[in-house]
Design a protein around this ligand. Structure first.
Ligand code: PLP
Length: 475
């Protein structure tokens, strides 16, 4: 940019956008001064922001360096900016503008003294070292093309590594071309729901209980929900046969969320028969299938019939939810419609994370991390059960064979609310079956306790505190 009246100052150091000087302000120097003052006054330039070096700014604006030096000197004399040793010229005062106060207005995230909330892995165990090595390696090795716009399906390199991992470790029948990379199950579900809606489907079945957010996503795509109740053999899928025009059912067959029930072999066969007979799809949400302790691994539904099952996986429990990486293995008829929805949503996932994850898989570091975490979570689960059973021998515990949570059924919603309030007083975060919004009709009551989220050093105190706070509460 070479015109001082224009809006953008693009400098060799930082980019600065200034409003055009007010019409009443005369003279080049005065217009530059007033433009800077206004940017600081409005809060767009916050205290501590570095200003461009005078030489670069003068060059970018097409003015003499002397003019810029005079502008800086004037604003420094007025106290707006100051020269800082080692960091050049910085904004010296704060303003009540949108930039500063906007950031401060956000509520601080709740920090639990003891975090026993379900569905969260131990973020303190994120494999930072392995991820760093993977990023470094990926950046060194990737061709330039990898950083351009790519396929909606995701990087081929990642899909190839992932397909071989999913076949080897999870038993899927999958190739790289069946896979589409998402930012997690949450995005994957939305893509599927919208793709189905675009092909004329209007009714989708979901488990009751299920995550409220997931129901909302499916409804937001325009579907009517059909509820599938859950018992201790998982979702009661036989009921689907009596329902008409249901285009898909969303299931957590390997560990029902949040009850922990496993879909029985008979029901697995039945839901696939239903899907084949009615031309519907089964969405298999395998959100924490990597974590099983005292039961044999179950073959995924997808392996029984890749033609009708959409398999959805995520790195949210194995690595961390903040990574935002997931994947879908899609039956052929859904590939193009779902890829189109991905393009409409955000075109494709970011390249660096995809390449790093591919490298993590290739190096075997993902497998090692999962094996390590499986042992750790198993130890934590055992310790939790022991502490609870010792303190409360009558307590019923369910859903403990796999996953990252267990369930303590309680008599009613009132008992649940009291137990959660007592835990909250002790600084313990956990979730309730009735209060957590998992049911839309006739909620059951119970505590859903996550044993993965707390950092290792705080865990034994957390479960002791929980046992203490449960005193006097009956199952
Ligand atoms: C049932 C269920 N499915 C999937 C997920 C994972 O969602 P995402 O991959 O978007 O993090 C969760 C996370 O809490 C979950 O509870």
């Amino acid at each position: 940019m070479t015109n001082p009246g224009s809006q953008t100052w693009s400098t060799s150091g930082i980019d600065l956008l200034l409003e055009p000087a007010k019409p009443g302000v005369r003279g080049l120097r005065a217009r530059l001064e007033e433009g800077l003052r206004e940017a600081i006054r409005s809060g767009r330039l916050v205290r501590g922001t570095s200003l461009p070096p005078t030489r670069g700014l003068a060059r970018d604006l097409g003015v003499s360096r002397g003019t810029v030096l005079q502008v800086y000197a004037q604003l420094a004399a007025e106290g707006w900016i100051a020269a800082r040793h080692g960091s050049g010229t910085v904004v010296a005062i704060g303003a009540e503008g949108y930039a500063t106060s906007g950031a401060l207005r956000e509520p601080a995230p709740v920090r639990w003294r003891f975090d026993l909330r379900p569905g969260r892995p131990d973020a303190s165990s994120f494999p930072r070292g392995a991820w760093l090595r993977a990023v470094r390696r990926a950046l060194a090795d990737a061709p330039d093309d990898a950083f351009g716009y790519g396929s909606e399906n995701g990087q081929l390199d990642l899909r190839t590594e992932l397909a071989s991992y999913l076949a080897r470790a999870r038993g899927l029948r999958v190739t790289a071309s069946d896979l589409l990379i998402t930012t997690g199950f949450t995005q994957g579900l939305g893509l599927i729901a919208r793709a189905l809606a675009a092909t004329g489907v209007t009714r989708v079945a979901m488990e009751e209980p299920s995550m409220p957010l997931h129901r909302e996503i499916v409804r937001a795509a325009g579907h009517t929900l059909v509820h599938v109740p859950v018992d201790d053999e998982g979702a009661q899928v036989a009921g689907l046969e009596r329902r008409r025009r249901v285009g898909a059912v969303v299931l957590t067959p390997n560990r029902q969320h949040p009850t922990g029930a496993v879909l029985s072999a008979a029901r697995r066969a039945r839901v696939l028969d239903w899907a084949r007979a009615s031309g519907a799809f089964v969405v298999e949400d395998d959100y924490d299938g990597e974590f099983r302790y005292d039961r044999h691994p179950l073959a995924p539904l997808q392996a029984l019939d890749p033609g009708v099952v959409v398999y959805a996986g995520t790195a949210s429990k194995t690595l961390a939810p903040g990574v935002r990486l997931g994947w879908l293995a899609l039956p052929e008829p859904l590939r193009a419609p779902v890829a189109h929805q991905k393009a409409l949503a955000d075109w494709h996932n970011g390249a660096v994370d995809q390449l790093a994850f591919a490298e993590l898989l290739r190096a075997g570091a993902y497998d090692r991390h999962i094996r390590q975490m499986r042992l750790r979570y198993r130890r934590r689960r055992d310790a939790l059960i022991q502490v609870l059973k010792t303190a409360h021998p009558q307590l019923r515990i369910e859903g403990e064979a796999a996953g990252l949570n267990l369930l303590i059924p309680l008599g009613n919603a009132q008992t649940e609310a009291e137990a959660i309030a007592a835990a909250k007083l002790a600084g313990i975060g956990l979730d309730g079956l009735a209060g957590g919004g998992y049911y839309e009709r006739d909620p059951a009551a119970g505590l859903i306790i996550g044993y993965a989220a707390a950092p290792e050093h705080a865990y034994s105190r957390a479960i002791e505190a929980l046992a203490q706070s449960l005193r006097g509460r009956s199952a």
